[in-house]
Design a protein around this ligand. Structure first.
Ligand code: NAD
Length: 377
């Protein structure tokens, strides 16, 4: 029996992405999966129903009815959960810390769930790493948004009307999103400086033609992630960053420490020292912001400085964000179903074991279980 995969239309406000694109449907159909796509599921990402049908999907009004695996971008809502048949598996971003009620409902209804963001960032999991693929999109778009919000050129221009100096861009946090923001700002001709608490990021920053701001501390912890800085280290960091922020025409912030609120890097006092017309694009807006003045989802002016905390930049580039996400899901689905053979996860596999949120009425992710059941659980 072929494994039945469902792709519903995303219902979250402003979400344009879709979990599978026609090309990936074609690959799955070729491997014997049966794919049902809800009518209009790809429309907001410019993938018409006809393209899904041509790739081998059935385009249907209700993709849930017979689904064994439901592929989502955003966490399923309570209404969506009611439509997923018990025993089916839903895969997508789950943000369990934000939606413990939905996790509790999955457990009650015996809907199984894998959280794509819990996939460990190990080498073998790279093709499934949707956090990275979507952060790549966000970093690229952040540089374009910053360029758009400034009232200046990014590149140096030599014209009959004189020479224009290039914009000075500062990128804070040189992980996946930060590196892509650096690369994009460089392609637009800006002079770029970047900072990260991990010294190892310096080499990558320099290879993109940007200057790496060195601070006399190293905060790389287990797994290549940053540890949280001490209070004293934070103060030193802010002092040195204040100078760099004051010189910048555009600041793009992307710093995060997994499982923690975003580190505060740009204080109100630093913003007060910025040039008139300078811009801050804060990618960490959702987890509290790297700038003290950021308001999630809003563009605001503060003393002549524009501060924007976008919440879903990948959705604005829905064509390629969906394509990359669909490829991530394809590789995950192949692992989950052992190449389309059966829906029995191999719990010996670290990727499946760590990304399983709910299975057979049990919350498998420890921190979420504690949150839903209380610390005794
Ligand atoms: P990542 O883990 O790859 O990179 C984060 C970087 O921040 C790491 O290199 C880390 O060392 C660095 N960092 C941590 N503390 C720091 C500090 N005090 N100073 C300087 N650097 C510090 O993460 P990512 O995938 O690049 O995502 C970056 C951010 O972008 C996250 O907050 C993520 O949620 C956000 N994001 C936002 C959107 C959006 O549309 N708004 C989309 C995707 C990702």
């Amino acid at each position: 029996m072929p494994i039945r995969v469902a792709v519903p239309k995303e219902v979250a406000p402003g979400e344009r992405r879709v979990a599978l694109v026609p090309e990936v449907v074609g690959r799955l159909a070729g491997k014997g999966y049966q794919v049902q796509v809800e009518q209009g599921a790809g429309a907001a990402a410019d993938y018409p129903d006809a393209a899904y049908a041509a790739a081998g999907a059935q385009v249907v009004a209700d993709p849930y009815a017979e689904a064994q695996v439901v592929l989502k971008v955003q966490p399923p809502t309570l209404e969506e959960l009611e439509r997923i048949p018990p025993g089916a598996v839903v895969v997508g971003f789950m943000h369990p810390h934000r939606y413990p009620d939905r996790v509790a409902r999955m457990r009650e209804r015996r809907v199984n769930a894998f959280a794509i963001e819990l996939i460990p960032r190990i080498t073998r999991a790279q093709p499934m790493d949707a956090l990275s693929s979507q952060a790549t999109v966000a970093g690229y778009k952040a540089a374009l948004v910053a360029a758009n919000l400034t009232r200046r050129f990014f590149p140096m221009l030599t014209t009959a009307a004189g020479t224009i100096r290039p914009a000075q861009v500062l990128v804070l946090g040189a992980g996946v999103a930060g590196l892509q923001a650096i690369a994009t700002a460089r392609r637009l001709g800006a002079v770029v400086e970047a900072y990260d608490v991990r010294r190892a990021a310096g080499e990558q920053v320099r290879s993109l033609g940007a200057k790496f701001l060195e601070l006399p501390l190293d905060a790389e912890a287990e797994g290549g992630y940053a540890r949280e800085l001490t209070e004293e280290e934070k103060a030193r960091e802010r002092e040195m960053l204040a100078e760099a922020v004051a010189r910048a025409d555009a600041v793009i912030t992307t710093a995060q420490v997994p499982g923690r609120p975003a580190p505060l890097l740009v204080t109100e006092a630093m913003v007060a020292r910025m040039k008139p017309g300078a811009v801050i694009v804060d990618l960490a807006a959702e987890s509290g912001g790297n700038c003290a003045l950021t308001r999630p989802g809003e563009v605001l002016e503060h003393g002549g400085v524009t501060i924007y905390g976008p919440l879903n930049l990948p959705s604005e580039l829905a064509v390629h964000a969906s394509e990359m996400y669909a490829k991530n899901l394809y590789h995950f689905l192949e692992l989950l179903t052992q190449g389309g053979e059966r829906l029995e996860p191999d719990w010996g596999d670290e990727i499946l074991a760590k990304s399983a949120l709910v299975w057979a009425g049990e919350i498998r992710h420890g921190p979420t279980r504690e949150r839903v059941e209380g610390s005794a659980g």
